[in-house]
Design a protein around this ligand. Structure first.
Ligand code: B12
Length: 343
């Protein structure tokens, strides 16, 4: 609270005015601790939205003032209340304050699609569901159907993080967030389709198609017939390539006979399946049995994805390895690759 008048009297009286120290003096670490923002989010907000204008030390490190911290805390609260950073970043402090006071809990309920026009949806529905602040800069271009910006932001993430980190900390949570917003009608199917298309292209571009593997280092990655969700399989392919495996990626929705043919032809070490949704369970379970029958014992089946829990007994029957997390999957691939390396 800068220049707070304590007596309501003469503005010229220096004793009557309590001036908070507004000099820039807090490093980014302190600001993040006090506001709960991550450093990367704060830098992104500054770069894209100029939310505050910090001072600099002689060695060019950022320094923030009390009022910067206050503003950032309010913006952080607004995001928590479901606003998007693009909607609040340019508002003066007083407006953000009013917004926070007047954001009733009921705003967290989405407006039904049927009665909301597109403009109402971007104004009213988009702040409906709090999303993770660190994903805001990716959700903005999805709302705007702006593929250039979405793609550029994903690529920018690669400048500071490894391919694995970007997949696990950006791509996975982003698709999940899109899926949740789509499921609760906060996002239209067009936005979900658009986001999926750009993310598929991005994951494709990360893949190392030239490494088809040699010796025992070959994997087939796909999804069984009826399983249309492909991003889990693309992630599994990327993770394996990162761990040094040559991957033959077959896309989604493939009959067991075709998968087995590819695995035998490539003399793969394993077939990796992504099973995200338990649709047509009987067909899914049958195709796993067929696959096991058509594969020699030397070719393992690895199955991952959220629906593996629904068919766990079948997966056991076909002797599948079922890593529950990407870390477990990486560990399994590591165990297999080690003996090969040592020969
Ligand atoms: C995009 C999408 C689609 C697209 C897929 C396009 C494509 N080319 O992939 C389309 C439009 C085709 C689609 C269709 C359907 N979808 Co859909 N879809 C999604 C969405 C938004 C993203 C899916 C995705 O790619 N996720 C990203 C990946 C990264 O997440 P994941 O698949 O869970 O994978 C993680 C783990 O499971 C694991 N993993 C996955 N595979 C593997 C493999 C290995 C080896 C390992 C180790 C780990 C692993 O690692 C990943 C990273 O954490 C999700 C929402 C969401 N929250 O995921 C809904 C979602 C999966 N879909 C859903 C539904 C209901 C459907 C439909 C039935 C809708 C309909 N009525 O038609 C159909 C069914 C299609 C079918 N037969 O398979 C539901 C499933 C609900 C449930 N019971 O689980 C979801 C969760 C949406 C929701 N919240 O309701 N969908």
């Amino acid at each position: 609270l800068t220049n707070v008048r304590q007596d309501g009297g003469d503005a010229g009286s220096s004793e009557a005015i309590a001036v908070a120290d507004e000099s820039p003096r807090y490093p980014i670490r302190v600001v993040c601790r006090r506001t709960g923002l991550k450093p990367a989010t704060l830098r992104a907000w500054e770069k894209r939205y100029h939310v505050v204008d910090p001072g600099r030390t002689q060695t060019d490190r950022r320094l923030y003032s009390e009022s910067d911290i206050r503003r950032l805390s309010m913006l952080q609260q607004a995001i928590g209340a479901g606003w998007r950073i693009g909607q609040v970043a340019q508002l003066p402090d007083g407006e953000v304050e009013k917004l926070l006071e007047s954001t009733p809990r009921s705003r967290t309920q989405p407006v039904p699609l049927a009665i909301a026009s597109v403009s109402e949806r971007t104004k009213v529905v988009s702040p409906a569901r709090p999303s993770r602040p660190e994903l805001e800069s990716y959700l903005e271009p999805i709302w705007a159907l702006d593929s250039d910006t979405l793609r550029r932001r994903l690529e920018e993430a690669l400048l500071t993080e490894t391919r694995q980190q970007v997949i696990e900390t950006v791509v996975s949570p982003l698709v999940e967030e899109v899926g949740n917003q789509w499921a609760n009608n906060s996002m239209r199917p067009v936005h979900e389709h658009f986001a999926t298309a750009v993310i598929r292209a991005f994951l494709s571009s990360l893949r190392n198609d030239f490494n088809s593997g040699n010796g025992d280092h070959r994997l087939i990655v796909t999804t069984p017939q009826g399983q249309l969700h492909e991003i889990g399989a693309m992630i599994a392919a990327n993770v394996a390539e990162d761990a040094g495996w040559g991957v033959t990626y077959l896309g989604p929705n493939l009959p067991a006979e075709e998968i087995a043919l590819a695995a035998r032809q490539r003399q793969a070490r394993a077939v990796v399946l992504s099973i995200v949704l338990c649709v047509e369970r009987a067909q899914l379970e049958e195709s796993l049995h067929i696959l096991r029958r058509l594969l020699p014992d030397s070719i393992a089946i690895v199955a991952g994805g959220r629906a593996t829990a629904d068919i766990s007994s079948t997966l056991e029957e076909v002797n599948a390895h079922v890593p529950r997390t990407l870390a477990q999957y990486r560990a399994l691939l590591g165990e297999w690759i080690e003996p090969v390396r040592s020969t």
